[in-house]
Write a protein that binds this ligand. Structure first.
Ligand code: ADP
Length: 491
């Protein structure tokens, strides 16, 4: 046994477990039914149809949500257009800022409630929703509230004006945070919006509708319609939408791009990813392993910028894999509301099926699968943290987005080989570099074709930093000063 192995086996004694520490749900009220938020009011859908949002950890229904059809989307767009013309676009920018500040403050006041509902509806660990999703969502509203009366300074020498009505379609992995990413810059620039949350995670968007009403935004400035792909398509196809902002799969991104080709509707698309985390032999290995775990296992790998590929220098590959497997054994999979949980529930049975399909494919392709040995709850959708070794660049588990806690590990010998392998993917959303050498960070990160490259850390977000992809990972940037541009006409 090497001294490293001895150290690891001492540090990672797994014969004990934490006592349960569930977050209370007493302070949360989830209504039986949520209607559409149109023109500042909650209104029943014209179709009179509703669908159910389930808790993926318990498989119990949480609430019924209205299914918006084309008629409802039309009502929402009309409300947004009216608010745009009569009120919001002409309002003093500082006043717009005040409304957005109010949203941020109320979100902070209701932070605990939002975190619990996010974890119940989406399955993510409360530690993430409490420490990441909700505070970052509030931070985005604060950040863009600050820009509202300074937009002209962002583009010196140019005249700025709003674009009009924005249709915004978001996925299920960061439901509240994605709503904030979309709504905050749109409002700051003087646009009005029609937002559609994902069908499996609509609840925090409906709570956000309550916050928007509480903040007394003029009716119609923000409209929130629930439903699945058909509702999203009705937004994309509506002739009176000026801009579409979409975050989701590359597959649906392509459909949207085709639908908008030849029209004058602008669009930004934030799509899939297959990020590589590159560990060089001179990296601080324990920190790097923690970064890998954070990058792919936390939040169940339900992150488009997840570090789903690990490229590790051959000389330290066995050491890193040993440490990673030991660390995987300590990860707690289970109740999303328990503060000790590292990996919560997979968002839906459909997503679990997709992940399981890839676990099969990986083994059929000849890769070696390693999973942690943790127990899983009887009910709900779960996946153990999984590592594939012995993979080839052509394997589907290396090329395709899995969106689960599944890591494909490859090795490399030289810097050039690492960069070539990292870039050998249709995607280009994010990447990571782990090394002790600053010069290597600059060299490698400049050569990686990815919108975001983290150095000696991973999955760190700030409202001031732009985010977006190269290649099939999308078009346009969100966040920071760059995130204002898609919502502005510049003359
Ligand atoms: P994921 O694989 O992350 O679920 P999707 O791209 O399927 O991503 O979904 C992201 C969002 O796009 C969801 O709100 C979904 O309802 C919506 N959506 C799905 N199909 C379409 C479509 N054809 N047009 C517009 N929106 C769609």
């Amino acid at each position: 046994m090497s001294s490293n192995d001895q150290e690891n086996s001492l540090n990672f004694n797994t014969d004990w477990s934490y006592s349960p520490a569930p977050e209370s749900t007493d302070h949360v009220t989830i209504k039986d039914r949520y209607d559409l938020f149109i023109g500042g009011e909650f209104v029943a859908p014209a179709s009179d149809k509703y669908f159910t949002s389930m808790n993926p950890a318990t498989e119990e229904p949480l609430a019924e949500l209205a299914e918006a059809g084309a008629e409802d989307v039309d009502r929402a767009v009309k409300a947004a257009r009216k608010a745009y013309k009569q009120n919001w676009s002409g309002l003093a920018p500082a006043s717009r800022g005040k409304y957005i500040y109010r949203i941020a403050r109320i979100l902070q006041e209701r932070a605990r409630e939002f975190a619990v509902v996010e974890s119940m509806d989406g399955g993510k660990p409360i530690r993430e929703s409490r420490d990441i999703d909700v505070p970052l969502a509030a931070a985005h509203f604060f950040y863009y509230a600050g820009w509202a009366d300074k937009v002209d300074y962002a583009f010196p020498g140019r005249k700025t004006g709003p674009v009009g009505v924005a249709g915004q379609i978001i996925p299920w992995n960061f439901p509240l945070l994605m709503a904030a990413w979309k709504i905050a810059p749109a409002l700051a620039c003087g646009n009005t919006v029609v937002l559609k949350p994902a069908e499996t995670t609509p609840l925090t968007a409906m709570l956000l509708a309550e916050v928007i009403a509480e903040a007394e935004l003029p009716p119609g400035v923000v409209n929130i319609v629930t439903g699945a792909g058909k509702t999203g398509a009705a937004i994309v196809d509506h002739p009176d939408i000026d801009k579409i902002a979409f975050t989701g799969s590359t597959e649906v991104g392509r459909i949207i791009q085709k639908a908008l080709a030849g029209t004058d509707t602008r669009y930004t698309l934030e799509l899939g990813g297959k990020a590589a985390n590159i560990i060089f032999e001179d990296a601080a290995l324990d920190q790097a392993v923690e970064g890998i775990v954070n990058g792919i296992f936390f939040n169940q790998g339900h992150v488009c910028c997840a570090g789903s590929r690990l490229l590790v220098q051959e000389s330290v590959a066995d050491d890193v894999l040993g440490r990673l497997k030991d660390r995987m054994e300590t990860l707690i999979v289970g109740d999303p509301l328990d503060k000790n949980t590292d990996i919560g529930a997979i968002n839906s049975s459909m997503q679990l099926e997709t992940i399981n399909k890839y676990l099969e494919i990986g083994q059929q392709e000849g890769a070696t699968m390693h999973q942690s040995s943790c127990a899983l709850p009887d009910k709900g959708h779960w996946c153990r943290p999984t590592v594939f070794t012995g993979v080839a660049q052509s394997h589907r588990i290396v090329q395709e987005e899995i969106f689960g806690p599944v890591l494909a590990v490859q090795t490399f010998r030289t810097v050039d080989e690492a960069v070539a392998k990292a870039n050998n993917t249709p995607y280009g959303l994010s990447g990571g570099v782990w090394t002790d050498k600053g010069a290597k960070i600059f060299k490698v990160s400049n050569q990686m074709r990815a919108g975001v490259v983290w150095a000696n850390t991973f999955n760190k977000f700030d409202p001031g930093s732009p985010f977006g992809g190269y290649k099939e990972s999308g078009v346009g940037r969100e966040g920071g000063l760059h995130g204002l541009k898609p919502y502005l006409q510049l003359a």
